[in-house]
Design a protein around this ligand. Sequence first.
Ligand code: HAM
Length: 401
Amino acid sequence: MSAKIAAPRGTFDILPEQSAQRALVEHAARELLEAAGYARIETPAFEATELFSRGVGEATDIVQKEMYSFDDGGGRSLTLRPEGTAPVCRAYVEHGMHKLPAPVKLYYLGPFFRAERPQKGRYREFWQVGAEVLGSDDPAVDAELIVLLHDLLKRLGATVRLRLSSLANAQTRAAYREELAAYLRANEHELSETVRSRIDLNPLRAFDSDDLRTQAVMAKAPRLIDRLDSEDAKHFAEVRSLLELAGIPYEIDSTLVRGLDYYTRTLFEFTSDALGAQSGVGGGGRYDGLVELIGGPPTPGIGWAAGIERIVLAAQVSATRDVPPDLYVAHEGRRADAFTLTLAARTAGLRAQMELGGRSLKGQLKHAERISARHLAILDAQGTRLDGKPAEDIVRQVLSA
Ligand code: HAM
C-alpha cells in the first residue's frame, strides 16, 4: 500500500454531517440578506496581490505574513483572497456599479485563505458570509448591517456580545496616530519588543498586545473615541441611537482593533464565549476611503463578514443529514426494471433510491429499514411488490399513499 496523503495543515474536509449544518447557516444568511435587499456577488478566489497590499494595508498581519501569493507564470503576483471587502470594491469599480442607484447592497458566501497558525476556529482555508453596502454614509446603513448580523447569529442560536467603536475619519486618525506614537515613544521602555518595533508602522496595534506591561501602558493611552470631530461624533451617536431603537445591546469598546487598515468611523465585532481564544464570530466596519484607494470615485462603504465555521461552533448548529427516501427499490435479477422504476419515481418528484450495494435480498430489506424508507418495492423473479403486496403502478401508489 502507498503512503497516505493527508489534507494540508489548517484545512478540513466538509463531511456530509457538517455540510448539513453549514447549509442551515447559509440558508439563514441568504434568506435574511435577500429579504433586506442584498444581492449576491461572487468574486474570484484569487486576485492581483496589489489589491490586498494596497486595500487591506501593507502594515497588516494579513499582508505581511498571511497571504498565499504566487507567480502566475507571467511575472505577475496573484494572491488567494484573504478577505472579501477589497475584491467587492474592485468589482464595484470595474463594473461601474457607482452608476447604479445608491446604495448598492451586496453579499457573498465562499472560501477565503490565510496562512495563520491553525487552532480551534482558526484555519488556513475558511468560509465567510459577508455583506457590503456601497454608496451611502447614512448611519441607518451602519445600524441595518449590525442588526442583520445580530439577527443571523441569534436566529441560529448563538449567544454573542457586540463591541462597538468609531475610528473617526482619515485626518483625525492621522493626528491621533501621531499623538499615540508620541505617547508610546515616551513609554518605550515599558513596551514589548513587537509593539516597540511597530510604533511608526502601526501604533494602534499596541492595544492588541498580550504583554501585561504593554497592556498597563495602554490602559492610560489616549483614546481615538475621545478625539472624534463633531461630524463623526454625530454619526456615531446616530448609529448608537438606531441600535438602541432596534433593541440591540452593545458595549462601547474604544480598544477594539481589527486587523485591516481600511476602516473609518463605525467599527464593530460580535464575540462568543463558546469559541475560546478565537472569540470573534464576525465583524466589520466602515471603509469610506477604500473604493478611492483602489482607483474608484470617492464612495462611502461599510460591511461585515462572519466565519461559517465559527458560527457553527458558536451556535452549536445541529442538523440531521439523512432525509429518509420515499421509496427504496430492492431487486434480485431485475436490475434494469429497478433502474427504470427508480428514475420514473424521481421524475414524479419522489425521493427514490435503488439498491446499489450488491446486498442479498435479505440484506436489502434490512438496509431499507435502517434508512427508514417510507415505502419498499421488491422486484424479483416472483414479481413486483410494494410494501409486501403485489403491485402494478408503484409510482402512482406511492404518490397517492
Ligand atoms: P475579519 O475580522 O478579518 O474581517 O474576518 C471576519 C470573520 O471571518 C472573523 O470574525 C472570523 O469569523 C472569520 N475568520 C477570519 N479569519 C479566519 C480564520 N483564519 N479561520 C476561520 N475563520 C476566520 C474581514 O475579513 C473583513 N473583510 C470584514 C468586513 C467586511 N469589513 C467590512 N466589510
